[in-house]
Design a protein around this ligand. Structure first.
Ligand SMILES: *[C@@H]1O[C@H](CO)[C@@H](O)[C@H](O)[C@H]1NC(C)=O
Ligand SMILES: *[C@@H]1O[C@H](CO)[C@@H](O)[C@H](O)[C@H]1NC(C)=O
Ligand SMILES: *[C@@H]1O[C@H](CO)[C@@H](O)[C@H](O)[C@H]1NC(C)=O
Ligand SMILES: *[C@@H]1O[C@H](CO)[C@@H](O)[C@H](O)[C@H]1NC(C)=O
Length: 312
């Protein structure tokens, strides 16, 4: 409830215009930038071409560890709390709810989460990722369930690329194929029997770094979404790169967001206890290496909501 209140306050344009972002919740961590918007069909940027956030009932989420709520079959998620020992809240690779859960909670949606830690778009493209989950299998599981969801009230979110981009340094640049496969799977979602109408794609491929191959991946996905939009599908694109740049760099830098440290707070991704925890665990950008804290997830949700509200 507090989180929802906080978000509503942030969305008041006056608060943004005056830079008076409230800090009473989210442990003092708050957005210090406003997402810049672009236009569908143009250069890749934050865009909302027709996705409405009101009247929605269900959020279907595909992705990797950033989106995984600790269960990946669309069913109710485990409690998003630390148990005092493990650094992973209910199996999530973070210490609380992930961004998709925050958005679902803000909008009053039931979340159906299919995301799996380590997932890529199509694992066949990446020999070094053999055995990992992918969008191909997440979508196949979703389809196999024959879920009956009203397309008018269901929001589909698709957030891949981080593991594809990192695999490309080992396996070569198969990001063009990954972009094509991602778009083909989205196209399948928009076809019978699912007939999805509202698609939100999110990206953070380089987690603060960028490369020509990664930028081309983003542009290919964005251009494909533009083509999809011209067939009557509502699409939105959320680019987290400017948020990462703003936190990691000096304009304005992490402290302006209320962080004490970029982190990670827990030093090793594979550790199973809290040994080595940082001094200010509620004010760290990364919780585990490369993985946002629950406060950062809250920030990502706010950022995505601002894109949906403002970028159309
Ligand atoms: C979805 O909305 C359209 C347009 O308002 C309407 O024609 C259609 O019947 C709705 N579909 C369902 C399943 O409610
Ligand atoms: C996954 O990639 C392989 C290798 O390029 C390709 O043969 C296959 O069609 C792709 N699958 C999907 C669903 O895109
Ligand atoms: C992380 O922990 C694993 C298992 O304990 C260990 O093998 C690895 O070397 C550690 N990595 C770092 C960077 O300390
Ligand atoms: C934390 O886990 C490591 C192995 O990852 C182990 O060596 C250490 O004893 C554990 N610490 C505590 C306090 O349980």
């Amino acid at each position: 409830m507090l989180q929802r209140f906080w978000t509503v306050v942030v969305l008041v344009p006056l608060a943004l215009a005056t830079g008076q972002l409230p800090r009473q919740t989210n442990d003092g961590v708050h957005l210090a930038i406003t997402p810049t918007c672009g236009t569908i069909g143009g250069t890749v940027a934050n865009t909302n071409a027709g996705v409405s956030t009101s009247g929605m009932k269900t959020l279907v989420a595909f992705g990797d560890s950033y989106t995984s709520g600790g269960r990946s079959d669309g069913g109710p998620l485990p409690a998003a709390v630390l148990n005092g020992i493990s650094p992973r809240a209910g199996g999530r690779v973070t210490d609380g709810p992930v961004w998709a859960e925050d958005i679902a909670s803000d909008l009053g949606l039931t979340i159906m989460d299919y995301a799996v830690s380590g997932a890529v778009v199509n694992v066949t493209l990446w020999p070094s990722e053999a055995g990992h989950s992918d969008f191909v299998h997440q979508a196949a599981l979703f389809f196999s369930q024959n879920n009956v969801l009203n397309p008018n009230t269901t929001l589909y979110t698709v957030f891949f690329g981080i593991n594809d981009f990192s695999a490309s340094s080992t396996d070569g640049d198969h990001l063009p194929e990954a972009a094509a496969d991602l778009l083909a799977l989205i196209k399948q979602l928009t076809s019978a029997p699912t007939n999805a109408k509202n698609i939100v794609v999110l990206d953070d491929y380089g987690r603060g770094t960028d490369a020509a191959t990664g930028d081309a991946w983003k542009q290919a996905v964005f251009t494909g979404l533009g083509a999809l939009h011209s067939t009557g599908i509502n699409v939105a694109y959320v680019d987290f790169a400017p948020l990462l740049t703003a936190v990691m760099g000096t304009k304005p830098g992490f402290a302006a967001f209320g962080y004490d440290t970029v982190g990670p707070c827990i030093p090793n991704l594979s550790q199973t206890n809290l040994t080595g925890e940082c001094g200010t665990p509620l004010n760290t950008f990364y919780w585990l290496p490369g993985h946002p804290s629950k406060e950062t997830h809250r920030l990502m949700a706010d950022y995505a909501e601002l894109v949906l509200e403002n970028c159309h």
